[in-house]
Design a protein around this ligand. Structure first.
Ligand code: SAM
Length: 261
């Protein structure tokens, strides 16, 4: 097999350590009943471990130069479905992904669009484990009153339990990226009845528009100022509260109170 010519432009940082690959499959909660969605098969090292453990693996890879390698894997495992396609252009409704588990070492350059696509298809997944840059994972999992807590933390935690399961040092990848990574597990929950999720996301964006401003100042173009102050008071917050002080549950409470007002 030809030597791999790693393409930085496609976020190609591959993993070869079998212990780490097994740990990723375990953190991703993969067992013999699982349908797994993988994004970016690369040289197929994680794909192989997933095929050994899962019932069915659906995997995407955009780089056709890796096809000969991955075709060998497809011949070896009848439970593997390879799609040589841009994941962002794929139609997930056509894939029969009911209750699937996502396990993916995702290309850094499209972490955000991939995450949004997964969030928009939350009904198809039992869990989502992604290996991403550590600082992005820390934003996903951040708690109120910390510097990392913001739009991404509130939106993700309003629909998922979010947990960093493991830090993966940059030296574990071939080639090594510049920064460390982390595995983050997202498990959908139904703790809150949010109602209109699209509007809720817009609300959170407005609330954090200027981090240094108070929440009232950030929201006063969208809602009556006094109503915001009153709602905050009912929720036991001061009218000078800043967005990073409001926990996820109270963001949802505030959204509902202001929208119904
Ligand atoms: N899973 C392998 C591993 O862990 O060693 C490779 C992970 S590497 C970080 C990301 C992979 O995603 C690369 O093989 C890259 O070619 C592929 N990729 C990049 N953009 C993609 C896209 N839009 N759709 C599908 N695959 C993509």
């Amino acid at each position: 097999m030809e030597k791999i010519n790693y393409k930085k432009s496609l976020g190609q940082n591959f993993l070869y350590d079998k212990n780490l690959l097994n740990a990723i499959a375990s953190d991703g909660l993969v067992d013999s009943s699982s349908t797994v969605l993988e994004i970016g098969a690369g040289a197929g090292t994680l794909t192989r471990v997933l095929c050994e453990r899962a019932k069915r693996v659906v995997s995407f890879e955009i780089d056709l130069s890796l096809k000969p390698r991955l075709d060998e894997l497809t011949n070896e495992f009848i439970n593997l479905e390879m799609h040589y396609q841009d994941f962002m252009e794929s139609d997930l409704n056509a894939l029969d992904l009911k209750s699937a588990r996502v396990v993916a070492n995702i290309p850094y350059y499209i972490t955000t669009p991939i995450s949004f696509k997964l969030v928009d298809n939350i009904d198809k997944f039992k869990s989502i484990l992604v290996l991403i840059q550590k600082e992005v994972a820390e934003r996903f999992a951040a708690q109120p009153k910390t510097k990392d807590y913001g739009i991404t933390s509130v939106i993700l935690q309003s629909i998922f339990d979010v947990k960093i399961t493991r830090i993966v040092k940059k030296e574990c990848f071939t080639p090594s990226p510049k920064v460390d990574s982390a595995l983050v597990l997202l498990v959908p929950h139904n703790k809150y009845k949010i109602g209109n999720f699209v509007e809720f996301k817009q609300f959170v964006h407005s609330a954090f528009a200027m981090r240094r401003k108070t929440l009232v100042n950030n929201l006063k173009n969208d809602f009556d100022k006094q109503k915001i102050v009153d709602a905050l008071k009912i929720l036991n917050f001061n009218e000078n509260a800043r967005p990073e002080e409001i926990d996820v549950k109270n963001f949802i409470n505030l959204f509902k109170m202001l929208k119904n007002a």
